[in-house]
Design a protein around this ligand. Structure first.
Ligand code: SF4
Length: 408
């Protein structure tokens, strides 16, 4: 296949995301769509178990009728959640069998498709790892978050640091040679020293990829209630305090320097990889390419339409069985919205926004559409143009959200 044809067909192949909306227990800071499986016999109660069966039936039905959306196959797979590895070995096999039955994977002529599963320490078993490998999963993303037990306890994580250590060893032993570790900073009670220790330990495990996220305090979560127990968010004193913005910026900046010195490339605001191990699936999102999202609450982006499946699991199954789209939300992006997304997502990437591609795809120069914002931030050195790309000055990555808001 010639190079240009390869690029063309790659662009026409969407990525596939499968949402598993279950965790063993909800973390205190979590605002994602995920249901607690409970802690009954064998790690879950009977009612939740029934819900997993309903979910799997719905997913199988959705896969069956939505395979038509991928006539050229899919370029990557990401099974996320939730905690996919909270499913039992048998349930995981059912899920993976369905994916392999209905979807064909083909990243490019040179590369095999990246297939990632997300999971948490303490939920892996030899049987599950063996099933993942058997079904071709070649990348694993482990939610370590911290190697400090007290901090993990503070945010209601189910696992301890030793669980994470054990899981990393088990993943390597099972043959996973593309491993991501998630770490969080800005946790209650965390100081620079404890953050540095977690980063150092993560490096000592020599993962291929590291994701470094700041804690987002979301209204309605358990953690939010503990930080702001009163009716008003302005009430003081707060019983639980988070590191302030300056300390969080120090944590982020320190991690960036340390990871770069260790040979990791920051290719996106929160993501670092050894060269060649950038997450191909997530790059789909940041480049604004198409993706198909399956499962309750999953989001798809096809053509100009972004849609989100219903979250209610029995309703999701009924719609999927009827072969009907199950959108809870559906929006057709205007030209202007697509341009804005291209800029916002592109500026999260170290590579920046490709100005020639922008002009080609939209028939207008980026500079002509966002003149005011560019003038404001280029004059302050926050945005700059280099070799045909618009970039965010790396020194300002930590305040990127505030800058990006202005494009809206
Ligand atoms: S493991 Fe992840 S998805 Fe599950 S409750 Fe915790 S933060 Fe949410």
């Amino acid at each position: 296949m010639c190079y240009s044809n390869n690029i063309l067909s790659l662009a026409q192949r969407p990525s596939l995301y499968v949402h598993v909306p279950f965790c063993l227990k909800k973390c205190d800071y979590c605002a994602f769509y995920s249901l607690s499986l409970g802690q009954g016999a064998h790690g879950r109660d009977f009612r939740s178990h029934s819900l997993v069966e309903i979910y799997l039936e719905g997913l199988a039905a959705e896969m069956r009728w939505r395979q038509k959306d991928t006539p050229l196959g899919v370029s990557s797979l990401f099974i996320g959640g939730g905690t996919p590895t909270a499913l039992s070995e048998t349930e995981l096999e059912v899920l993976l069998t369905g994916i392999n039955k209905y979807f064909r994977f083909e990243a490019s002529a040179e590369k095999i498709a990246e297939k990632t599963v997300e999971g948490n320490p303490g939920t892996l078993t030899p049987g599950k790892l063996s099933a993942l490998r058997t079904f071709g999963i070649n990348r694993f993303s482990l939610g370590v978050q911290s190697f400090n037990d007290e901090l993990l306890r503070q945010v209601g994580r189910m696992h301890c640091a030793d669980d994470a250590r054990r899981s990393i060893k088990e993943l390597r032993a099972a043959g996973f040679d593309n491993l991501n570790l998630d770490l969080m900073f800005g946790l209650p009670g965390q100081d620079l020293r404890t953050w540095q220790k977690s980063v150092e330990e993560a490096l000592a495990w020599v993962p291929e990829h590291l994701s470094v996220y700041g804690l987002m305090l979301e209204e309605g979560t358990e953690l939010f209630k503990r930080v702001y127990p009163g009716e008003s968010v302005k009430e003081e004193p707060y019983p639980l305090t988070l590191p302030d913005d300056d300390l969080q910026a120090d944590m982020y900046d320190w991690a960036v320097g340390r990871l770069e010195r260790a040979g990791y490339v920051r290719y996106e605001t929160s993501n670092f990889a050894r060269p060649g191990y950038e997450c191909q699936h997530n790059l789909t999102y940041w480049h604004g390419r198409e993706y198909l999202g399956l499962g309750p609450g999953a989001v798809s982006f096809q053509g100009r339409v972004r849609s989100k499946n219903v979250e209610d699991i029995p309703e999701y199954r009924e719609l999927a069985r009827a072969g009907r789209e199950a959108p809870e939300e559906r929006e057709e992006l205007s030209e202007r919205e697509r341009m804005t997304e291209r800029v916002i997502l592109g500026l999260r990437l170290a590579q920046g926004v490709d100005l020639a591609a922008f002009a080609r795809d939209f028939g207008v120069r980026l500079e002509d559409i966002f003149r005011d914002v560019l003038e404001k931030y280029e004059s302050q050195g926050i945005l700059f143009r280099e070799k045909g790309y618009l970039k965010l000055n790396p020194r300002y990555f930590f305040i990127a959200n505030a800058v990006l808001q202005e494009f809206l």
